[in-house]
Design a protein around this ligand. Structure first.
Ligand code: 6GU
Length: 228
């Protein structure tokens, strides 16, 4: 899969995508992530990408031309399954959306600046608008990073033990059970006895009960979604 991210703050994303699991996924050839600096698509001396809004409103607006030319250049090379715009008024991102996007061949993510993008971009070029939650960030870069991370990690082969992506919290609308490592007793803080028993069936049963108990207590809303 290939992800093209368009931003005015490329450094913010470069660091993020070249670390840890995202870096390894790229090295393994499971994903290509390309960051595009929107300023490279301007034609003015100061590489300016925004201008005053019509109507006398406050703030600045990212103009159509650089965004259109960047997206057009990408679309001339390959077909894109979705052209995503990150914005707080988009559809709320969740695990099913990440799973679905992970099956795409090519994605564009345009990092939005709220109020700040000429609406014609959204009307004519964008196919999907995504928010990562009900709060406002200064820009869409952090949202693009979150989406990229969640999408890439569910691509088969990205996480060593494939089971582990499937058994995540939210994959089945259940929170994960608690997990522990050695030592079994640290300063008197003990690991649940059952996990040391070697009884696989009992351990599985404990894990599922814990998952239900934690979901009921912390995220009862998820139980209503089960089986949806
Ligand atoms: Cl996608 N962008 C911005 N600027 N703020 C957000 C967001 C996106 N999602 C939640 N808050």
């Amino acid at each position: 899969m290939r992800i093209d991210i368009i931003t005015v703050l490329p450094e913010m994303l470069e660091g993020f995508i070249n670390q840890s699991i995202l870096l390894r996924a790229q090295k393994k050839g499971l994903v290509e992530i390309h960051i595009h600096n929107l300023r490279d698509y301007t034609h003015n001396k100061h590489r300016k990408v925004d201008d005053y809004p019509f109507g006398g409103f406050a703030g600045m607006v990212m103009q159509c031309q650089p965004i259109d030319e960047c997206i057009s250049a990408l679309k001339a090379e390959r077909h894109y399954d979705e052209i995503i715009f990150t914005t707080p008024d988009g559809e709320q991102f969740n695990q099913p959306m990440a799973n679905q996007l992970s099956m795409a061949e090519n994605l564009i993510i345009l990092c939005g600046h709220y109020k700040g993008v000429d609406y014609r971009i959204r009307e004519y070029l964008i196919t999907k608008e995504i928010s990562i939650g009900d709060y406002v960030l200064t820009g869409g870069e952090l949202a693009a990073a979150a989406i990229t991370d969640a999408v890439v990690r569910v691509i088969p082969g990205v996480i060593g033990d494939e089971q582990s992506a499937l058994s995540d919290s939210f994959q089945d609308n259940l929170l994960a059970a608690p997990i522990y490592s050695r030592p079994a007793d640290y300063k008197g803080w003990k690991v649940p006895e059952i996990l040391l028993s070697g009884n696989e069936a009992k351990i599985k049963e404990w894990e599922l009960n814990q998952a239900y108990e934690r979901t009921r207590r912390l995220r009862p809303d998820l139980l209503n979604k089960k089986g949806e």
